[in-house]
Design a protein around this ligand. Structure first.
Ligand SMILES: [Zn+2]
Length: 150
């Protein structure tokens, strides 16, 4: 049985609040191995990018994780930082370079493809098994925009 983040939360709720009341909670397969891809999209703060091919940091970084919190932790381990403006590292007017995934973020199940990344942009996908995949975007958003395909 595969659970989305949202249903996983509901299940946790059921487990901790309903079970002590004597209400039967059926446990799904205890190994909840659903790991979705969470997106970290870089803001061009100060007019420059943080790119590190070695570490796997591109204009976009996708991290496969079982929760947004885990994705944020993994992102920081990769070298992404979230307090860009308050730490003085990023331009105040442009805003922080990176933003944390929100608690409500569910990510996507399918590994990101080149067609989802803007043409020419380099993205890195950090799979849960530790492999890092480089993706060079092929999405011609300008053409789609002109076609009214948004
Ligand atoms: Zn600025």
């Amino acid at each position: 049985m595969r659970l989305s983040c949202a249903s996983e939360r509901k299940f946790t709720f059921a487990l901790y609040f309903l079970r002590p009341l004597g209400i039967l909670v059926l446990e799904p397969n205890t190994t909840m191995t659903t790991k979705n891809y969470f997106e970290f999209s870089q803001n061009n703060s100060g007019g420059g990018w943080q790119i590190d091919h070695e570490a796997g940091i591109g204009v976009k970084v996708f991290v496969q994780a079982s929760s947004p919190a885990e994705a944020n932790d993994k992102a920081e381990a990769i070298g992404i930082y979230f307090n860009g403006v308050s730490s003085g590292r990023d331009c105040e007017c442009c805003g922080s370079r990176w933003s944390e995934c929100w608690e409500s973020d569910t990510g996507v199940e399918e590994a990101p493809k080149a067609s989802k990344v803007s043409k020419g942009d380099v993205a890195f996908v950090h799979h849960a098994d530790g492999t890092i995949e480089k993706v060079v975007g092929t999405w011609d958003w300008m053409a789609d925009f002109k076609k009214g395909g948004w």
